[in-house]
Design a binder for this molecule. Structure first.
Ligand code: AVJ
Length: 327
């Protein structure tokens, strides 16, 4: 297992918090939700009855894993973008090993500790598995991997699961897919988990669960700023709201100030004023229709080779590849 050092993200965190909280419409980046406590809370979100994506994706992957393994005549390499929950990945790993005997698994994640955690369990479970973990941004990591084996590279199955694509604005999602495509060869596949457009009531419940885990996940960012930036946020002075904008096809997540208040952020030497009811934007989660997925793939230079649904069109696994050359 090889992985780079944990990157120092503090200077960026400071600057992003300053810029976000001084903006006309206040915002904080969802990247900062995932500190140690945030990552644990996110895992608990995935277990909430209202948060359907994780469960549905696991069901689909379990069903289609043998088909994924059968896409390849020779043993492929499995790349995962964002080491994520090993629970879903292991379904694919199991099927690939069953069909091809052994497997090289190459998870790419910005967090070295997340990589170590997810790789460790998999190595113990699968003796036939070799793990080569890369602590890096996704595209840079893929690029490094493709540079490493120029001679006769095994085909890739690149997995980008969990509807992580939903955090991107639609145009940014296309840009990002295009950059991924530039790293792929004709025999490679990219498997993307996509959350579908659906009723506002289902979506709003999924992003504001009854048990309050999502609310705690969002408010943890206030606590993180208190811990790491010497801020003095009172989490009880903010309430959490998730609203689905049907037209934009996205769930928008905000914290709203319960009252007019001024909050000190010591490390920034900054006092931030909040009006009563003022919103801080934390996250978007974009949802897709089948047509939108087709258009997105096409605009990124991909072809949708296949897709699999949960049966009720709530969640979709999309298999992308370079377009077959026209005769
Ligand atoms: C990690 C981006 C896939 O949008 O469903 C879940 C994040 N935020 N609940 C999503 C999230 C609040 C999640 N993704």
């Amino acid at each position: 297992l090889t992985a780079g050092p944990e990157l120092d993200t503090r200077p960026e965190f400071l600057e992003d918090v300053r810029a976000g909280l001084c903006a006309e419409r206040k915002r904080l980046s969802c990247r900062y939700l995932y500190d140690e406590r945030g990552s644990k809370l996110f895992e608990r979100i995935c277990e909430q009855p209202e948060y359907y994506p994780t469960r549905l994706e696991a069901e689909i992957l379990e069903r289609i894993a043998p088909e994924l393994a059968a896409l390849f005549d020779e043993p492929p390499r499995l790349v995962e973008l964002g080491s994520g929950s090993a629970e879903k990945t292991r379904l694919v790993i199991e099927a690939l090993i069953a069909r091809h005997g052994s497997l090289l698994f190459e998870p790419i994640d910005i967090s070295r500790s997340a990589l170590e955690l997810s790789s460790q369990g998999l190595l113990e479970e699968f003796p036939e598995l070799e793990v080569h973990a890369i602590a890096s941004e996704y595209v840079a990591g893929l690029h490094a991997l493709s540079e490493e084996c120029e001679i006769s590279p095994a085909p890739w199955l690149v997995a980008w699961l969990g509807s992580s694509i939903g955090n991107f604005h639609r145009t940014a999602a296309a840009d990002f897919l295009r950059r991924l495509r530039n790293e792929l060869r004709p025999a490679d596949f990219l498997l993307v988990g996509v959350d579908m457009r659906k009723d506002a009531s289902v979506l709003e419940a999924a992003y504001d669960d009854e048990a309050g885990v999502t609310r705690a996940f969002m408010k943890n960012l206030l606590l993180r700023m208190n811990r790491e930036l010497g801020a003095e946020f009172d989490p009880d002075a903010f309430r959490y709201e998730a609203t689905y904008d049907e037209e934009l096809g996205r769930v928008e997540m905000h914290l709203l100030s319960e009252r007019a208040q001024r909050v000190l952020i010591t490390s920034l030497g900054l006092e931030v004023d909040f009006a009563a009811g003022e919103a801080v934007h934390l996250e978007n989660s974009y949802k897709y229709s089948g047509e939108e997925i087709e258009a997105l793939a096409k605009s990124a230079g991909f072809e949708v080779r296949r897709h699999w649904d949960d049966g009720e069109d709530r969640f979709r696994e999309v298999l992308l590849a370079l377009p077959k050359e026209s005769p």
